[in-house]
Design a protein around this ligand. Structure first.
Ligand code: NAP
Length: 178
């Protein structure tokens, strides 16, 4: 069977994930959670991979990209797109998944943005959805797709608070995943 990929997102109570190609809140605890989740490999010596849209890649401040200790894969339809050495460029989600499958890669995470999430949530290979629920409403121009019909809640953490913002970590699985 083909390997699954997981999805990681932080969204507000209306599904908002971004504004002006940036994340509208500052939650260091969520960034730490994201780093731990996407960096921790289940097999010694293997890296995980993160797949992201070109706009999400460009939204990461230059000093923080590529995301360390993970294979960074950018999706773009621009065949001439220039990425730094060691960063991989693919022209579709399926192309990226097929290409990663050939290499020594542990887990694969889809990390946004909205366009890529839209293609991922109903994909036949989708595994878990790791969703940080930011329990406020922000002014957003980019949204996570409506997922509730396809996923069921597996777990929810205690609510925590940072910078006056309450949030919690939720894990969902697709309805069809046993
Ligand atoms: N809160 C969160 O967890 C979170 C996570 C990630 C991102 N974000 C936010 O989301 C926003 C960015 O999301 P977005 O939807 O605007 O952009 P995006 O999904 O990051 O990137 C869109 C770009 O990806 C490429 N693309 C899309 N589908 C493709 C496909 N099937 N094959 C090849 N390339 C494909 C295209 O690049 P080309 O135009 O180059 O062809 C497209 O313009 C930002 O505000 C960011 O901060 C939030």
């Amino acid at each position: 069977m083909k390997e699954r990929f997981d999805i990681v997102v932080a969204c507000d109570l209306k599904g908002g994930i971004g504004k002006n190609n940036a994340i509208p809140w500052r939650l260091p605890g969520d960034l730490k959670h994201f780093k731990n989740l996407t960096s921790s490999s289940t097999q010694a010596g293997l890296y995980n991979a993160v797949i992201m849209g070109r706009k999400t890649w460009e939204s990461i401040p230059a000093q923080f990209r590529p995301l360390p200790d993970r294979y960074n894969v950018i999706l773009t339809r621009n065949a001439a797109y220039q990425a730094p050495q060691g960063v991989f460029v693919r022209n579709s989600l399926d192309d990226a998944l097929a290409w990663l499958e050939q290499g020594p890669v542990d887990q694969v995470f889809i990390i946004g943005g909205s366009e890529i999430y839209n293609q991922a949530i109903q994909h036949e290979r989708v595994g878990l959805l790791y969703l940080t629920e930011v329990r406020q409403q922000f002014d957003c121009d980019t949204f996570f797709p409506d997922y509730k019909g396809f996923f069921q809640l597996v777990s929810s953490s205690e609510i925590q608070s940072e910078n006056g913002i309450d949030y919690c970590f939720k894990v969902y699985k697709p309805n069809l995943l046993v």
